[in-house]
Design a protein around this ligand. Sequence first.
Ligand code: XMP
Length: 511
Amino acid sequence: MSEKVLVLDFGGQYNQLIARRVREQNVYAEIKPYNKITCDDIKNADYKGIIFTGGPNSVYDEKSPHYDPEILNLGIPVLGICYGAQLLAFMAEGKVSSADDRSEYGNAVLYANDSPLFQGVPQKSDCFMSHTDYVSEVPKGFTVTATTKNCPAAAFENKQKGLFGVQFHPEVTHTEYGKTILRNFLYNVCKCSGNWKMDDFIEKTVEKYKNELNGKKVLLALSGGVDSSVAAALLYKAIGDNLICVFVDHGLLRKDEGDFVENTFKGKFGMNLIRVNAEDRFLQKLSGVTEPEQKRKIIGEEFIRVFEEEGKKLGKIDVLAQGTIYPDIIESGKGDSAVIKSHHNVGGLPDVISFDSIAEPLADLFKDEVREVGLKLGLPYELVFRQPFPGPGLAVRVMGEITKEKLKLLKEADAIFREEIDNNPIKKETNQYFAVLTDTFSVGVKGDARAYGYVLALRSVTTDDFMTAEWTRIPYDVLERTSNRITGEIKEITRVVYDITSKPPATVEWE
Ligand code: XMP
């Protein structure tokens, strides 16, 4: 049984990151919202340690999250971070104050004293702060173990009781020794041995689903994206042919991608995969449509219709499996932000397929962990590290009306661009790169004759989270070779341009 640490979530913005940093140290971290787990549950769950996360609030605000102070008497070590540290001080009857002139946001110099948390941390180092309230008086029995210019108790502790608070954020990379501090908490204080490995996750998950899904018919919509592919491989290991994967090929995938998905899952793994070749059907629905949101809507709806029809052919389905990963759950809980583009994935499926329950084997994992699982399960590298691809596929990269011919041109040009990037060190600096077929025509010369053909745009972005992105500084020689090859090999394209717009103001995709 793996050791585990509880990340008690008070609503801060770095909560996922905390869990991920803990897991990086080979300790399993479980995130639970503070109002979904009682002190008794914690007592009975065998946690090696508890981390209180940050939160956007002030402890004196009645509406802000509080917790049963009994948690400090369970004998389980606690590390409070930011709001979590203030809450810890408040629960132990210290004093928290608020003063605008003491707000800190950004880097600060941390002066650290002797503490189990600061082993291997120099007396002076950088840390990242983001707060207005601060602990002005530590509770009885606690000592201050670090300060910054504006924060008299940047870290404090009651070593006997195993209670620690840090006002700064050890989980972000701006805190120079953040990793060491978290590791110290896990290993020096909580006495973890670090026995969490991805292999354990795979073994445990396979075992769980072997039991839970025994004899049940499970359906999964496979898109060929990382998440649904890894979910499929994992469930296949658990239940074999009882897993039925339906892969709707809408014809809007990149060159040869449909065959690659089929060859991988049906060929290599021998999975029960149904590939539905629905290109004509989608193109028919999209005929004459030029407005981007309408394209997205049509594709989303048609996808669901095709899936529904396939589902009906399969008879009674017991379980619908989905490749939901942890950030999806967090994002969907975050309320409504303005709809810039209607993203569609498999969101509408639960409404049209009837089933008894849902299985989401990756719901606790982050993207990089999902990739690790994928590789361990033997999925090909190019699939596991596949760049993001929009659900509506190439439809949002063919400007104007989508035709078979335009799609074919785009697929060829896009394959050339990707090949050139893949063979160049710049690949490490780009997170997404693709071609866009514009609806504009331009005059050129091919051979000795006048040519009149499409303008093709190349797009490449560098980003952490795709919410904002910079255009990638692709070396001129790569651009030159790509342009020469595209205009040389595809006669219908006469001009190639490179998109130098960041997000914002542009989005990553053109439509
Ligand atoms: P935008 O164009 O919104 O893209 O800046 C941000 C990221 O999201 C991808 N994208 C989509 N992904 N369904 C998806 O699953 C969609 O409908 C969709 N539209 C955009 C885009 O490729 C980029 O990675």
